[in-house]
Every structure is written in structure tokens, then in C-alpha cells.
Design a protein around this ligand. Structure first.
Ligand code: PRX
Length: 634
């Protein structure tokens, strides 16, 4: 693979220009480097105003042929996946491309035996163990649509997703290890499936050895089936636009959105961005610390690296277990060359002594990456100085579940970095900033809503089962353009800095949380009348959540501490522990506009302790509650 490689800033500008002037030629040249059953007839068809996009029309391929089979001749014995377990005393596993091929084929055959066919949805609720990677790839091999649900999500969140995508098969495990905790995944699954009568089979991986209930006729241990299965499996012929996976992301309102990604465009986009942004070379060892339950793991633990024949690290644990040196110990042990993590992890580790870093040999590192939320200046410098020893470019990569792959990011060693800036758009990405009147802002040194005005191959194609919502959410605020939901600043040289969400999504520890579903969960508590959730800045998490809660009986004298605990418990059960509130304030009323909308803007200011300028409150129906809330602020 090598079309349009970028090795210098000059080359970046040249390649970028080409990608904008002749996007079809540009992407088809890159696509030539992949294995196809049949080449495409047309590179691109699109009507962005209708949210309709197709890449590599009528091309036929299978992504696992590209991520596994084609490497076997040259790299069969090369390690594809290094599995680093939670417990450092447990031995790491090195899974070669040959072995990955056999494991994926076996799993594919097991799924076929369970009656899974092309186009069927398979939910995967697994910890970060090799079977997760294998299950994802096995789905892709047989043309089933995988929907990985992060194993930290609650039973309610899992059942909502299972039902939304209509999955009849689920792959899970008896449990998982995370730090010093053992998570009882199977009982969460059992609870979730009480609401999913359509579920036919649950394949269970043995990981912790915990005693679990196996429901007769539904639950089956996976390993014995894998042992029996054949290690050869024909890869399904997929259309370029056939769905590859659904991955749920929070919306600012209502139910989670099942973002649907398709086959060819996603593959080509993740592969190209991986290779160039991280300047991947054949002998490198790439480590992305994300969970495969998030898009970062899909694109940069699995598909992007494997499409390049890379060695990719899969880490089961957490950065603080058994101590704060764990990340650096793993870098040292496996001689990691590119390390890709989230600002929240960097901030948490930067609070600890640098001795945790210096005791390990990090000289293998060449490139550092950041993703998931804006990286603050202090964290950027700590990362650059202590981890990268000022020698490794820090690529601050801006992108989203919806974009499939990196969008705005430095190209390592080519784009000069600037702390807190994602810098320049990658080839094929045409960002624009829009003002409040929906006009494109042409000049530099401006802020606006970040949109993309031309399709790129990695973009999601729809929301599963709800194309209208897809169009409304992403293509209607600025007709004909994709609206990211983020605000951004463009500096004097055209570098972008993401300033954060401009909608009701809050990024907590790098996790995208919609406030509406949390409010829905809280409002289900019998004592609660209404609630409003807002984010406020937090030293480690980036943002934390504050809940303003109005009780049904405002004079409610029940112990507020108990109520706080119950409400957080409720949130944990409905969404997951990551959505717990850091602050709760019980209020007598919520500031509302005359049309009845809660003015979250004001609550955001109060929660962040900035009450100096609350802006225009004249449109409020009940301005008196504002001072009441300020006076009793926690
Ligand atoms: O607000 C942006 C923030 O994360 C959002 C996307 O979240 P999600 O779909 O969960 O995907 C996360 C991993 C790609 C964006 O809308 N975000 C992501 N990367 C950055 C970022 N904000 C600032 N800088 C980044 N590098």
C-alpha cells in the first residue's frame, strides 16, 4: 500500500490539493491497493442534502480478505494481535496472521452453524479479550453486521441496543477482568435479555471461570464449538456498500443512534488514515488503548492496522492497575512504536509521580496520539515531555463515531504540531466553519460550527432503521453539509482547534454522553418531577456531570444523601456507571423559556461556577429560580 503517502508538509499540501480537486481519482488510486472480487463501476455517488452517499459503487470485496488473507503469503508468521491481559502475571499472547485466519474462520463457521446469515445482526458484549477481535472479524467474514456494545454498559443499555438492531445472536463471556475487579457480564446479559424475546442464541466465552447460569436452549459455551469447527471458511462476497457494522452513539435527544458503516469506504479510509497519520512502518507495534466497544477500537485497533498488515496491541486492563506505571510497562515490554490514548488517561497519569514513567524504557516510541476530547495544554506538554521525551510528534486526532476515521489531525513528522490544535484536515476532508446565520466563514482567526462539505469514504451512511433521523441530525442544520455537532476555531494559518460540543452531548472521560437519556433515567425515579443535566469542567475527566433535580414534593424531607445515591444507582442501571453525576443539586424549579424549554446554557454556567455573566435571561418564564439556584449552589 502506498498511494498518496505523505512524508513531508510539502507533500501533505500537494496530496491534499489533489484530494479536493479530484476526489474520485484520488480515492480510486488508493482503492487500487486493496483486494477486490470485482472493481467498482463508479467511485462516488452522492446527494449530501438527502444524506445519500455511495462509494465504489458495485465494487465487490470482503474486508477480512484485506485484513487477513492477503497478508498470509508475506506475513503469515508475523504477529497480528498482541493480547496483553489485565493481570501482568498472565502471559501475553502473540496471535500471528496465520493463527488469526484460523481463529476467524472457526468462529465464522460457528456463527454460520448458528444460522447467522449475511445481513443478520450479531451483538457482541465482551471484554477486551482476543475473542472480541475474532468475533468482529468473523461477522465481517460471513457478511453479518456486528454491533459491539461496550462491556461497561448496563443491562438496560444492552437490551435497548439488542432490540434496536434486531439481533438474534449475542456473543458474551462468563465475565471480565478490569483492574482489581471481576465483572459479572453474564448476569448483566441475562437481565438485559429478559426484555429481548427475539434472542435465539447466546455464545459464551469462558474467561473468568466464574460459575454462571446457562439458560437451556439459549446459552452455549463457545470454546468447544470452536475446537470442533473447521479452520477454513469462505469469505462472503460483499457489495462495497453492504453494511459492515452498527455502533451506537449517544444523541442529544432520545434513543442512542445506531451509526451504520459500510464496507469498502470504511476499510479504505481507516487503512489510509492509519498508515499516514501514524506513519506506520512494517516493523512497528501499534497500541491504541481504547476499548473495541468504541469506534476508536474498531478503526484503530482492528480494521486500520490489520488492513495494513500491522501488529496491533489489545489491552484488557486499565492504566492504574496494578499501578500507575502499567501503560509504560506495556510499552517497554512490547516495544510499542505508536501509542494512541485519550486525554483523560493522560491527565489521570500526569497527576501521579513521573517516576512511574521514567522507570521504563520508552525509547521505542516514535509517535503519540490523542483522541476523544480536546486535550488541554498542560496534558499535551506532560505527554510530549515525559512520555515522548520531546521526540515524538503528538497527533491530536479529531473525529467521531460518525466519521469512521480520523478527520482533522497532524500527519506525524509532516505537520508541525501545536498544543491543543488538531491542526489540518486530512486528505479528502473538506471542513468549513459556519456562522449563526448558516453562512460559511471564509477567513481565518474565527470560530464557528464545524461542518464537512464533501463526502469522504469513511462516513456513516445512515442511522440503523431511521434514515430520517440521520438526515435531520447531521444534514439539516446546514443543508448540504455534514454537521459534526462540534464548535471549532481556525487560527491564522488555518489550523483547527476543537472547542467542544455545541449540542447537548457532554464528553466525560472521552465518552460521549447525551444528556437527554440521563435525564430520562433520572425522571423515572418515583420522587423526581423533572431534571436537567449539564457538563462542567473537571480536572481529570475533562467534563463531569451536574444534575439539577426537582422533586415531586419540593418539601421532600427524605434524606437527600439517600436520594443522591438512589439516583446515581438508577443512572448506573439504565446507562452505566460512566454516566453517574458528580454533583447533584435539588432545586425548586428549572429555568425555562416561555416555550417550556429548559435553558441549559444558564445551568452550565452555574455548574462551572461562573455566574458573572449569565447572558440574556429576559426570555425566561421564571427568572426568580436562577438566583435561588445560585444561592443554594453546591
Ligand atoms: O466532541 C468531539 C470529541 O468527541 C466527539 C466524538 O465522540 P465519539 O463519537 O465517541 O468518538 C470519539 C473517538 C473518535 C467529537 O464530536 N472529540 C474527539 N476527538 C477529539 C474531540 N474533541 C477535541 N479534540 C479531539 N481530538
Amino acid at each position: 500500500m502506498g498511494a498518496y503517502e505523505i512524508k513531508s508538509l510539502e507533500q501533505y499540501f500537494k496530496v491534499y490539493k489533489k484530494s479536493v480537486r479530484e476526489p474520485r481519482k484520488f480515492w480510486s488510486k488508493i482503492a487500487e491497493d486493496f483486494v477486490w472480487y470485482k472493481k467498482w463501476d463508479k467511485v462516488l455517488e452522492h446527494r449530501l442534502e438527502d444524506a445519500e452517499v455511495k462509494w465504489f459503487v458495485n465494487g465487490k470485496l470482503n474486508i477480512t480478505k484485506n485484513c487477513i488473507d492477503r497478508h498470509l503469503a508475506k506475513r503469515g508468521d508475523k504477529t497480528a494481535i498482541i493480547f496483553e491481559p489485565n493481570d501482568p502475571k498472565e502471559e501475553a499472547q502473540h496471535i500471528s496472521y496465520n493463527e488469526l485466519y484460523v481463529r476467524v474462520c472457526k468462529m465464522a463457521n460457528v456463527l454460520r452453524d448458528q444460522g447467522v446469515k449475511k445481513g443478520d445482526r450479531v451483538c457482541i458484549y465482551l471484554p477486551m479479550i482476543p475473542e472480541l477481535a475474532v468475533a468482529v472479524l468473523a461477522c465481517a467474514r460471513i457478511g453479518a453486521i456486528h454491533s459491539v456494545v461496550f462491556a461497561g454498559f448496563s443491562s438496560t443499555a444492552l437490551s435497548t441496543r439488542v432490540r434496536d438492531c434486531g439481533s438474534k445472536v449475542l456473543i458474551t463471556s462468563d465475565g471480565g477482568f478490569r483492574g482489581n475487579k471481576t465483572i459479572d457480564l453474564k448476569s448483566i446479559v441475562d437481565e438485559a435479555l429478559e426484555d429481548c424475546p427475539e434472542m435465539e442464541s447466546v455464545l459464551v466465552v469462558k474467561r473468568t471461570g466464574a460459575g454462571i447460569d446457562m439458560k437451556k436452549g439459549r446459552d452455549i459455551w463457545l470454546q468447544p464449538l470452536l475446537e470442533e469447527a473447521s479452520g477454513e471458511s469462505i469469505a462472503e462476497v460483499m457489495d462495497a456498500e453492504d453494511p459492515l457494522f452498527i455502533l451506537y452513539t449517544s444523541g442529544s435527544t432520545g434513543r442512542p443512534k445506531g451509526m451504520l458503516h459500510t464496507t469498502a469506504g470504511y476499510m479504505i479510509y481507516t487503512a489510509y488514515t492509519f498508515k499516514n497519520v501514524f506513519q506506520y512502518e512494517e516493523k512497528d507495534v501499534f497500541w491504541c488503548t481504547a476499548d473495541i466497544g468504541w469506534v476508536t477500537g474498531h478503526s484503530y485497533i482492528l480494521y486500520g492496522p490489520l488492513a495494513n498488515g500491522a501488529t496491533t496491541v489489545m489491552f484488557e486492563g486499565v492504566p492504574s492497575y496494578p499501578d500507575f506505571g502499567r501503560f509504560w510497562e506495556v510499552v517497554d515490554k512490547h516495544k510499542v512504536t505508536q501509542f494512541y490514548t485519550a486525554p483523560t488517561a493522560i491527565r489521570a497519569l500526569a497527576k501521579e509521580s513521573t517516576d512511574w514513567v521514567t522507570r521504563y524504557d520508552l525509547s521505542s516510541l516514535k509517535v503519540l496520539g490523542s483522541v476523544g476530547e480536546p486535550i488541554n495544554e498542560e496534558a499535551w506538554h506532560w505527554y510530549n515531555d515525559h512520555v515522548g521525551n520531546k521526540k515524538c510528534p503528538v497527533v491530536d486526532t479529531w473525529w467521531q463515531t460518525e466519521t469512521g476515521g480520523l478527520m482533522i489531525s497532524p500527519v506525524a513528522f509532516a505537520t508541525p504540531t501545536k498544543p491543543t490544535y488538531a491542526t489540518l484536515p486530512l486528505p479528502g476532508v473538506q471542513p468549513v466553519l459556519m456562522d449563526e446565520k448558516r453562512n460559511e466563514i471564509e477567513n481565518n482567526q474565527v470560530v464557528g460550527s464545524l461542518c464537512i462539505k464533501f463526502p469522504w469514504p469513511g462516513m456513516a451512511r445512515t442511522i440503523w432503521g431511521d434514515h430520517r433521523r440521520y438526515k435531520e441530525t447531521y444534514f439539516s442544520a446546514f443543508p448540504g453539509k455534514y454537521f459534526s455537532g462540534d464548535g471549532a476555531l481556525r487560527d491564522e494559518v488555518g489550523y483547527y482547534r476543537i472547542t467542544g460540543r455545541v449540542d447537548d452531548v457532554v464528553i466525560v472521560s472521552g465518552h460521549n454522553l447525551g444528556t437527554a437519556p440521563i435525564e430520562d433515567a433520572i425522571n423515572e425515579h418515583p420522587a423526581v418531577a423533572e431534571s436537567a443535566i449539564v457538563g462542567f469542567p473537571h480536572e481529570v475527566k475533562g467534563n463531569a456531570l451536574c444534575g439539577y433535580i426537582m422533586l415531586k414534593e419540593t418539601g421532600e424531607t427524605r434524606n437527600r444523601e439517600n436520594l443522591t445515591r438512589e439516583i446515581n444507582q438508577h443512572i448506573s442501571e439504565h446507562i452505566g456507571p460512566i454516566a453517574k453525576l458528580d454533583k447533584i443539586q435539588f432545586v425548586n424549579g428549572l429555568p425555562k423559556t416561555r416555550s417550556g424549554k429548559i435553558m441549559r446554557r444558564i445551568l452550565r454556567k452555574i455548574a462551572s461556577g461562573d455566574t458573572s455573566n449569565l447572558g440574556d435571561t429576559s426570555t425566561l418564564l421564571n427568572p426568580e429560580v436562577v438566583s435561588e439556584i445560585i444561592d443554594s449552589a453546591v
